[in-house]
Write a protein that binds this ligand. Sequence first.
Ligand code: TXD
Length: 313
Amino acid sequence: MKRAKVTVVGAGFVGATTAQRIVEQQLADVVLVDVVDGLPQGKALDMAESASLEGFDTRIVGTNDYRETQESDLILVTAGLARKPGMSRDDLLYKNAEIVSEIIKQASLYSPNSHIIMVTNPLDVMTHLAWKKSGFDSYRVFGMAGVLDSARYSYFLAKELDISPKDVRAMVLGGHGDSMVPLPNHSTVNGIPITQLIKPERIEAINQRTRDGGAEIVNLLKTGSAFYAPSSAVCAMAEAVLLDTGRILPCCAYLSGQYGMKDVYCGVPVKLGRTGVQQILELKLSPAELASLKKSAEGVRENIAKLSTKSFL
Ligand code: TXD
């Protein structure tokens, strides 16, 4: 059987760590792409040289040339800028929209049958843009945010209860940012609702720490953002697609009427497999949870409108 091929665009912290996880777990051969000459080549060679020690025979190469990415099964886009002093969120939106548009044009040209997982921020908007620029069906283009936010939520809940994070199943929906929606009513410890185990005020504090999870790491690192947990989250989604597992994961997916919303990307629970988003699960949400989900989708719409006025869409 032919081994799967994954292209990781962006050889920065998230991209390189994701590539490392994929080859070490023998999920696929990896092509690591970046605009900076030598960076993907150097990191890929360094990883390849660990093969005999780590015990993997998946291959990894680095390149600045999209021709080497051809016929990839999966494209993971982690390339982009982080906000710098003096840059507004809008500046970042337009700059990353420029970067993502070019990447998707190239990557989808060489791998017309692939699936795309977006990671670049602002995540929900970049996923919508990637869908438009690729011309792919929406079930083939989705984004990573909810898996990371849910993993953070699981960790904080496990810490609160002083138990193994392995037994926590937590769910966070909505956009990736301040408007994300942690769902205590759909989070359990091996089936036991967390609402039976933790007091409401502590749950609210943990929900807020989850919403601030990205910022907490940025404040500690000072010069960058999180990448260990983000790369684990991307890898979990990649595995579901490559191994056709049918896992239920919260992903940024295209809504066509689910949760009362249409023509917008939003974080919702989906069934992921070889054909991408195979199903969107509609949970019974409380009116407050549904309102938060809709508010978060409205924020995405506003940014899409900004991109439209600048002719990105
Ligand atoms: O939950 C999530 N979705 C996220 C998203 C979690 C963590 C990080 N999140 C976002 O991912 C973050 O806000 C950024 O937008 C991306 C990448 O984060 P990372 O920490 O990996 O950033 P780096 O280390 O700066 O790496 C970015 C790389 C760097 O090597 C650049 O040279 C490269 O992107 N880059 C490009 N590669 C290819 N093509 C183009 N045009 C390009 N432009 C920059």
